[in-house]
Design a protein around this ligand. Structure first.
Ligand code: SF4
Length: 243
């Protein structure tokens, strides 16, 4: 009888506590059924995408195009996918009718970032993940206080899906070393002062000495877009509704 998701999470954490990230990822993909990777094709994304490409080039890779991305990100997505030989990249976009009714002028991000992220990111991803047992994220503990206690595998409350976070204990040095060793193409905006890259209206340049994510939603307390809370009683929705 196949293991339930909770037991599988427990086993992955137990059996792969100290495994290198590619080994953990390979074992997790083999054991978790229908798996998709979710990627922003941002500053660090090439690392995990490269690992996935070494394991299974047909694995579904879900790319959320919020329709507010930098043009450089869209171009980079295509070129990196081709470079890695990824064969199953699926572009996820917001529901057009919802977009036009709730963000008519495309300026919702100025007045309500929670609702905008819900509309353009969380809801489309939630729809796209229907039918999957697990999804792979590139989250790392060092990135934010909200991520400091992340585990490599976790159970998504509400949906029973498994979230796999193979790079949870990686930080800037490991990422830089991997990108260099594998000679992976870099997102073009990194060289222009963007170490963390999201939507164009909500991402600004980072100055020397600032936190790499300081340019995301600068001047606000927001640090997460909410896609990693989907399923957790849809916290992104609750935040949006409360705003
Ligand atoms: S990051 Fe900004 S533009 Fe993108 S979905 Fe969130 S609020 Fe909207």
């Amino acid at each position: 009888m196949p293991l339930d998701a909770s037991s599988l999470v427990h086993e992955l954490l137990r059996d792969h506590a100290d495994s290198p990230a590619p080994d953990f990822l390979s074992a997790a993909i083999a054991r978790t059924g229908r798996v998709a990777m979710v990627s922003s094709f941002g500053a660090d994304s090439a690392v995990l995408l490269h690992m996935v490409a070494q394991i299974d080039r047909n694995l579904p890779v879900l790319f959320i195009d919020t329709l507010a991305l930098f043009p450089e990100t869209v171009t980079y997505q295509r070129s990196l996918a081709a470079h890695l030989g990824l064969l199953n990249v699926q572009t996820i976009t917001p529901d057009r009718a919802e977009l036009f009714s709730q963000d008519t002028d495309g300026l919702l991000h100025r007045s309500d970032t929670e609702r905008c992220c819900s509309l353009r990111k969380a809801k489309p991803l939630e729809r796209a993940l229907q039918g999957y047992d697990a999804w792979i994220t590139g989250r790392k503990r060092y990135q934010a206080a909200t991520r400091s206690d992340l585990e490599r595998a976790e159970l998504e409350q509400g949906t029973g899906r498994i979230r796999l976070n193979p790079l949870v204990n990686w930080a800037t040095p490991e990422i830089g070393a991997y990108l260099g060793t594998q000679d992976l193409p870099r997102h073009p905006l990194i060289a222009r002062g963007y170490p963390s890259i999201g939507c164009q209206p909500c991402t600004s340049r980072v100055l020397t000495g600032e936190d790499p994510r300081a340019g995301r939603w600068r001047g606000t307390e927001k640090t997460e877009c909410g896609i990693h809370f989907i399923g957790d009683v849809s916290q992104s929705e609750k935040k949006a509704d409360a705003a």
